[in-house]
Design a protein around this ligand. Structure first.
Ligand SMILES: Cc1cc2nc3c(=O)[nH]c(=O)nc-3n(C[C@H](O)[C@H](O)[C@H](O)COP(=O)(O)OP(=O)(O)OC[C@H]3O[C@@H](n4cnc5c(N)ncnc54)[C@H](O)[C@@H]3O)c2cc1C
Length: 451
């Protein structure tokens, strides 16, 4: 018996055979990851005339927006008592308009001291397809980026694995929109990732059978109070302050679970921990179902209608770029000469406790995001857009929301196309040309930038 079982030494490692890998594509701009940032990066680059390949491991676009599902698109607005003021426009506004045309919401919803746009995770898959196809982006779904092609410190392409084999794409510029900074990490870009300090993940789900009218009358505080009563009755709910959004009769999207292991978030880059987190997130749904049916008005007859296709990871690698966005930038209305996007989203931190920590910006204010936070240190041929861009943990807790990632993606796409066309590295492009183009296509870069 013991002779056929592998010994620990035999399990330690193997040597793989050397192999030839076919170069299937040679493009101006390669975008890896088709989430909020990647969709916009690919469309923006293609509309500049670049030959663009977008590669995504799923069979649809939207990333977290469609595979995890969210209640609303955040980061679009600054708010005062009287007004809801858009601070992200451009391609994000176009996406919302097109989703509204197929029956999606078009009116911002105020909550806490902010506002966001509810959306339909199904519509985003459909509209995402249309936007990339119309722009002329070539798309490869079901393909996982597994390695990089480097020439010294310059990234020259990426290697993918698909069902039909391993293949390569060469590109003048690669835009890493994987959310986790997979390409940047493989290319040797420094990054910060501390599993002891990252935000907790959430398994998103929808309740069906809800009396939505009554459920929507509950404020966040009231919902919190009802769930705290459930905890007092002995139910183990890791989180009692969360969001409930409805865009369909009888259905409520719930952002309420929280997965914490040994007092910290599970590490999304560790296969064993993320597997347990997926299982634990789904296990919690039974407790929440009992709590909502028993303690929360409007949910007496609810059932679990749908669960996100995968757990929602709020934070993993944040690359170290030429600029590191800080908490002071976020709360201090930072202004930059190389501003390429704006955000007014609060610092929203999901830590280990049952509540969520919020720090709101002053009413009506916003901060700018600089181009340099997408420029990785030490590596050329690469831009990094979306939630893995260069920011501290606290600043990331604000800039990671979907609309901000879309704005970063749009800017990265234009920058990548301009770098490719002018045969410059992304760090050497003419920033005034980038900002002029972004303004020309409707992006909001701050009150001081006029189209
Ligand atoms: C639980 C949770 C709730 C949230 N709630 C909200 C909310 O209500 N509103 C809001 O605006 N924001 C919310 N956010 C934040 C927001 O959704 C994300 O931070 C944002 O959408 C990230 O966009 P992204 O494009 O950077 O990354 P992602 O959306 O993660 O997209 C990355 C894409 O890259 C693909 N990919 C990754 N690695 C590879 C690889 N190696 N090869 C090929 N493809 C790859 C993925 O499949 C994915 O499609 C929430 C996040 C979480 C986790």
């Amino acid at each position: 018996m013991s002779a056929i079982l592998p010994t620990p030494a035999a399990l330690a490692s193997i040597t793989e055979k050397p192999r030839q890998t076919k170069v299937r594509h040679d493009v101006d701009v390669l975008v890896v990851g088709g989430g909020a940032a990647g969709m916009m990066a690919s469309v923006a680059a293609a509309r500049q005339g670049a030959r663009v390949l977008l590669v995504e491991r799923n069979g649809y676009l939207g990333g977290t927006l469609s595979m995890v599902t969210l209640g609303s698109i955040c980061g679009l607005y600054a708010v005062t008592e009287e007004e809801v003021i858009p601070v992200v426009k451009g391609l994000a506004a176009e996406l919302i308009e097109r989703m509204a045309a197929v029956g999606g919401p078009s009116v911002p919803m105020r909550w806490l001291e902010t506002a966001s746009m509810p959306y339909d995770p199904v519509a985003i898959k459909m509209v995402g397809d249309l936007m990339v196809l119309e722009a002329g982006v070539k798309v490869a779904f079901h393909s996982l980026a597994v390695d990089v092609i480097m020439e010294g410190q310059t990234l020259e392409g990426v290697i993918f694995e698909s069902r039909d084999g391993r293949w390569a794409c060469r590109a003048n510029v690669v835009v890493d929109c994987t959310g986790d900074g997979d390409i940047a990490a493989r290319a040797g870009v420094p990054f910060e990732h501390d599993p002891h300090g990252i935000q907790a993940p959430t398994t998103m789900f929808r309740f069906g059978g809800v009396d939505v009218e009554r459920a929507q009358q509950l404020s966040r505080d009231q919902l919190h109070g009802h769930l705290e009563r459930a905890v007092a009755s002995g139910l183990e709910l890791p989180r009692t302050a969360g969001g409930a959004f409805s865009i369909r009769p009888g259905s409520m999207h719930m952002n309420i679970t929280r997965i914490v292991r040994d007092g910290r978030a599970p590490d999304p880059l560790n296969t064993e921990e993320v597997t347990c987190a997926e299982q634990e997130g789904r296990r919690q749904l039974g407790d929440y179902l009992t709590a909502f049916r028993k303690f929360v008005p409007g949910y007496e007859n609810c059932f679990i209608e749908d669960i996100g296709a995968q757990i929602g990871v709020r934070e993993s690698r944040r690359i170290v770029g030429e600029y590191w966005l800080t908490l002071e930038d976020v709360v201090g209305e930072a202004r930059f000469k190389d501003a390429i996007a704006c955000s007014a989203w609060p610092v929203e931190e999901h830590a280990a406790g049952r509540a969520t920590r919020w720090r709101f910006l002053a009413p009506g204010t916003y901060y700018q995001l600089p181009y340099r936070m997408m420029l990785p240190r030490h590596v050329d041929g690469l831009l990094v857009a979306g939630r893995c861009s260069s920011a501290s943990h606290d600043a990331h807790a604000s800039m990671r929301v979907a609309a901000t990632c879309m704005a970063l993606g749009e800017a990265a796409g234009v920058a990548a196309a301009q770098a490719s066309a002018s045969r410059h590295q992304p760090r050497d492009i003419d920033i005034s040309k980038l900002t002029s183009q972004l303004l020309a296509q409707g992006a909001f870069l701050g009150a001081s930038f006029i189209a």
